[in-house]
Design a protein around this ligand. Structure first.
Ligand SMILES: Cc1cc2nc3c(=O)[nH]c(=O)nc-3n(C[C@H](O)[C@H](O)[C@H](O)COP(=O)(O)OP(=O)(O)OC[C@H]3O[C@@H](n4cnc5c(N)ncnc54)[C@H](O)[C@@H]3O)c2cc1C
Length: 400
């Protein structure tokens, strides 16, 4: 049982704990702290601030029985219209490392219509085993059947770790599955490691607006589940000599496929044409461009370089460019070969989306702008002078 109590002999009546309690559960009675247990959530905030260690907290953590039976790393192999999504290769890259550290198997889960033919791509990227769930009704992603089937598979095969991309599909599928399983889930991870002592998965993600990196563990439940941001992990390398492996065909029933939702029609998203996540070169602009007309100057450079257009949130909020182009915490995470940051200051929320680009070239008139802390090449000056010169020079060099 969990217990919290004030040790009366130690309490000095300083009231620090009263101020620290987010739930108003501590009052003073005759210069002694008193905890109202019906309001206390055992968060431990008071324990940490007490200068004389007068508050004792014992939290009993009950691990699920049979936790040690859970073994192996699973990657959910998201596919769309018969094409494996590139985030899956990044998950397999991370999965290989984790499986090696746990001396366990790396498996992929493929669900959809006629998807078995895609299994060889997963073997080439390092999967030891591929679970196949095929049915015509699984052609398009629908929450209920997909989550129900995945939940059943986890209960049957007991993987220790389950990873999906932090894509729209992953963000819908995995929270449902984790809730059904009663286990923990860390969303939007940017780092995954195995704790060498405990063997737990250390799941790192930005928190508090990207100002800190939080590392989260799921110590008492299995599987450990995480969604992982696209373009943060390195893709598993292709081994063309390894196109086969163990295939497990998962049988499904009509009950598995039951759903209250029906896909009536699939409409191509207008924003799909703008896939900055896959672009090798991105020319991005920010508030420094000052007007929507000036923002168009970026297109000239982008056309010469065959680049995609990116933007800071300030530029998107000003209505100069569509949200699909936004880079950062509330936009896209990208990992191009080259990223031009033009008139972008480099706020932390922007940096978390682009700092893993291979080469960053920043143009800013303020030499102390934080973008220069991550830039490989910094051009300090007026973008309205520099940008046309750059475009002209690249055009000449590339014969365009
Ligand atoms: C919860 C939350 C989420 C957020 N998510 C995102 C996100 O996903 N992406 C994002 O980008 N932001 C995000 N932001 C906003 C972020 O904090 C910044 O406000 C934003 O990134 C600033 O955009 P900016 O760099 O274009 O503008 P500014 O910070 O105003 O910078 C403009 C820069 O242009 C330079 N400049 C001006 N004129 C010239 C010139 N003539 N020549 C050269 N340089 C010039 C200036 O020196 C300045 O550095 C988020 C904020 C919050 C609170």
């Amino acid at each position: 049982m969990s217990v919290i109590k004030v040790v009366k002999d130690k309490c000095i009546g300083c009231t620090v704990c009263v101020k620290s309690c987010p739930y108003g559960a501590i009052t003073m009675d005759d210069k002694l702290a008193v905890i109202e247990l019906s309001q206390c959530t055992l968060c431990g905030a008071c324990v940490k601030v007490c200068p004389v260690e007068a508050i004792e907290l014992k939290v009993e953590r009950k691990a699920i029985p049979g936790m040690e039976d859970y073994q192996g790393v699973w990657v959910y192999a998201e596919q769309k219209d018969g094409k494996i999504q590139s985030v899956v290769y990044e998950l397999l890259g991370a999965g290989q490392r984790l499986a090696k550290a746990r001396e366990a198997e790396l498996s992929a889960v493929l669900m959809g219509k006629d998807v078995e033919k895609l299994a060889s791509e997963l073997f080439m990227r390092g999967a030891d085993k591929v679970y196949i769930v095929e049915d015509d009704t699984l052609e398009h992603y629908v929450d209920e059947p997909y989550a129900r089937i995945l939940t059943r598979m986890v209960l049957e095969y007991k993987p220790e770790i389950v990873l999906t991309g932090a894509t729209s599909l992953g963000r819908a599928l995995i929270p449902r599955t984790a809730t059904e399983l009663g286990t923990g889930l860390t969303a939007d991870c940017t780092g995954l490691e195995i704790d060498s002592e405990s063997g737990h998965l250390l799941q790192t993600r930005p928190a508090f607006g990207g100002n800190i990196m939080a590392t989260i563990r799921c110590e008492n439940y299995r599987p450990q589940m995480a969604t992982v941001r696209h373009k943060v992990m390195t893709e598993a390398e292709v081994d063309e000599s390894c196109t086969t492996g163990e295939i497990v065909k998962v049988a499904i029933t009509a009950d598995d496929l039951a759903s209250r939702t029906k896909v009536l029609e699939v409409i191509q998203e207008a924003t799909q044409a703008v896939n900055i996540v896959e672009a090798d070169i991105i020319v991005a602009g920010g508030r420094g461009l000052k007007t929507p007309e000036n923002f168009n100057m970026l297109h000239e450079l982008a056309d010469v370089l065959g680049a995609a257009i990116g933007a800071s949130r300030a530029a998107v909020d000003a209505g100069w460019v569509d949200y699909a182009h936004q880079v950062g915490q509330t936009g896209k995470t990208i990992k191009p070969k080259v990223y031009f940051a033009v008139g972008i200051s480099g706020a932390i929320q922007h940096l978390v989306g682009m700092s893993s680009a291979d080469v960053i070239i920043a143009i800013n008139k303020d030499a102390s702008a934080p973008i220069f802390n991550v830039a490989n090449y910094g051009l300090v000056g007026d973008l309205f002078e520099i940008l046309p010169l750059l475009t002209k020079q690249f055009r000449k060099m590339l014969n365009k």
